[in-house]
Design a binder for this molecule. Structure first.
Ligand SMILES: [Zn+2]
Length: 101
């Protein structure tokens, strides 16, 4: 059961962008998550033509899900999430406001 899903808003708790929030672009098979605009590294691409300067591309690096908190869609606060059964389906809920996310 994944705590974080693609499209979620999360707050980063570690690293150089600690305290910033962003949208989850991707969840990798390893469970690590890629957050838009956070934990970005600049990668210099080789110029396509000689004599031109290469582009710098910003690439977000995957972060460990234990280093992020989900920002609740209901109370708009970063909160821990829990799971509970609803109609024999596991649903994610915010431990702050109890809203199902
Ligand atoms: Zn909430």
């Amino acid at each position: 059961m994944l705590r974080i899903k693609k499209g979620d808003q999360v707050k980063l708790l570690a690293g150089k962008d600690s305290g910033k929030t962003g949208n989850v672009l991707n969840v990798l098979a390893s469970g690590k998550i890629v957050v838009e605009g956070l934990n970005v590294v600049n990668k210099r691409m080789k110029p396509k033509q000689q004599g031109k300067t290469g582009e710098v591309v910003k690439i977000p690096q995957a972060v460990n899900p234990s280093n992020v908190l989900l920002v609740c869609k209901n109370c708009k606060k970063p909160a821990r999430v829990g799971f509970r059964d609803l109609d024999s389906k596991k649903v994610r809920y915010c431990k702050k406001c109890e809203a199902t996310n």
